[in-house]
Design a protein around this ligand. Sequence first.
Ligand code: SF4
Length: 215
Amino acid sequence: MRTQSNTKIVFEVKEIFQSIQGEGLMLGIPMNFIRFARCNLKCKWCDTDFSDGKFLTPNEILSRLNKKLKWVSLTGGEPMLQENLIYLIEKLHEEKFSVLLETNGSIFNKKILDDSDFISADIKPPSSGNPVFDDRVVRYCIKNPERSQLKMVIKDGNDLKFFKQIYNKYDGNYENWILQPEWNSISKLCGEGILMEIDENVRIIPQIHKILNLR
Ligand code: SF4
């Protein structure tokens, strides 16, 4: 949270828009997206421009949402960097929205995880340049399979190896592991049969924004 006065709570927002969810188990669901500015990681292939985030109050955020859509995705950047995110989640719930938290999995805040209706933790692989995650986020998701997924974009065999190490270390009975082949590498990964090495608790779901030309 940054305050412009003692009474004004604001969040640093890059953009608010409506689209369909392009990744993971909620694929295809139309929803509101609040993309927050700032991230604690610096992925090599990050294409998000954080340069012109605007400070918006909760009411300014709410006024830009489509109330006909049930879901609001909190995405980024890394939404968990926004102080008082819990306050915004409460406001969204008061307006009858359901909250999807899209996090890079490197920050653990139990209260935010508890208050979110669905958690999508996108663990970064070696090809990102910063394969870091908080063990507690993974364990939290595994304990709450009805409202979580653990996702990883993979680009090559080294990423797949990293994924398998995590998968084998944690609970193999968790069914919401998602592998998302990086768009430009998908033919290579499939051609090499690399994705066939995965067992049935892992779902392979490509990002559909590229196919539908949506953001
Ligand atoms: S975690 Fe996401 S937003 Fe942050 S640097 Fe990596 S790709 Fe970009």
